[in-house]
Ligand binder design. Structure first.
Ligand SMILES: Nc1nc(=O)c2c([nH]1)NC[C@@H]1CN(c3ccc(C(=O)N[C@@H](CCC(=O)O)C(=O)O)cc3)CN21
Ligand SMILES: CC(C)C(=O)C(=O)O
Ligand SMILES: [Mg+2]
Length: 299
């Protein structure tokens, strides 16, 4: 693993996750609250973890028991909950509301509680100051990590947030908030030049202090190259089998999204009798490497 010298990581020496449990709290190693240290450790051991979106308390409550490590309160709620055609109209107040709902569903004390990550919506992080104010609102609502979409221009913002104690996930590749600029929901990094740009921007944001990186809709080789370059755990969606984690939109993996499906979508409810069983099967397939199969990847 390469980390630039002097990089701000937010990690402390007693933060390795494998030390003594804090006084007053019993720790069952098989059933521990997920933190960023947990995810670092899973990656270091060459294992994988599953990430899934949730927007309400009922689904959020299923995630930990089903083996999901990170719950993403995604701005995809604009599409699957609000029925819009894009994520850009979603507001910070709406993200705060849904983050509160998810946090209540997971509960404060649950031993197997997943980490809560929430999307900063479109235009709420245009400057580092805006980002800090917006991220604080999501953290107060219960998020432990905030995700923002973009490349090199975000390096100062990632650093600004990390220095102030806000863990950041940098979302690269297909960035749905900028599809109007990209010309649609298209695979990114198909040329040597654009692939190299994604790898160098991921490296830059990793060095700026991003604690997670998320890569969407890129060829497998780009997923592998980013995985080999960044120190932070790498979450993929349509980014091939080489990432440390996989994420899907809940409604997609339950077969509840009408219309044409993206290549990476797999219906886990088909042949099963409950949402809980579908979510558990997805988590298991991610950990075993059975998902994604070649038919879910962009080659
Ligand atoms: N329900 C839902 N699922 C998602 O995964 C999702 C959202 N909503 N909203 C926000 C973004 C948009 N996403 C999308 C949407 C469509 C494709 C898609 O259809 N991609 C084409 C790529 C075609 C190409 O360039 O070759 C595909 O066929 O997979 C990908 C990601 C991912 N996110
Ligand atoms: C598709 C995932 C990564 C996301 O950002 C969302 O659900 O909003
Ligand atoms: Mg999103």
């Amino acid at each position: 693993m390469h980390r630039s010298a002097g990089r701000y990581t937010g990690r402390s020496d007693n933060d390795a996750g494998d030390g003594e449990p804090p006084a007053g709290r019993r720790e069952d190693p098989g059933l521990a609250r997920t933190t960023l240290s947990t995810l670092d450790r899973i990656k270091a051991q060459g294992e994988r973890f599953a990430v899934l979106t949730a927007y309400d308390a009922s689904f959020a409550a299923m995630m930990g028991p089903a083996g999901i490590s990170v719950v993403l309160v995604g701005d995809s709620l604009g599409m699957v909950v609000q029925g819009r055609g894009a994520t850009t109209p979603v507001t910070l107040d709406e993200m705060v509301y849904h983050t509160h709902c998810v946090a209540r569903g997971i509960g404060e004390g649950a031993a197997d509680a997943p980490l809560i990550m929430a999307d900063l919506p479109f235009m709420t992080y245009a400057t580092p100051q805006d980002a800090a104010r917006s991220a604080a609102a999501l953290m107060r609502a219960g998020a432990s990590v905030v995700k923002l979409e973009g490349g090199a221009w975000l390096a100062d913002t990632v650093c600004f947030l990390a220095e102030r104690g806000i863990p950041v996930c940098a979302h690269l590749g297909l960035t749905p908030q900028t599809t109007d600029m990209l010309g649609g929901y298209k695979v990114q990094g198909k040329t040597d030049e654009s692939a190299a740009r994604i790898v160098s921007e991921a490296t830059l944001l990793d060095a700026a202090g991003a604690r997670l990186v998320l890569l969407e809709c890129v060829p497998d080789a780009v997923g592998r190259a980013v995985r080999e370059t960044v120190a932070a755990p790498l979450i993929g969606i349509g980014a091939g089998p080489h990432t440390d984690a996989q994420v899907l939109v809940l409604h997609d993996m339950l077969g509840l999204s009408p219309g044409r499906k993206a290549r990476f979508v797999k219906n886990y409810l088909a042949g099963r009798d409950s949402a809980q069983a579908a979510i558990a099967a997805f988590a298991e397939d991610v950990r075993s490497g059975a998902y994604p199969a070649p038919e879910h990847c962009y080659g």
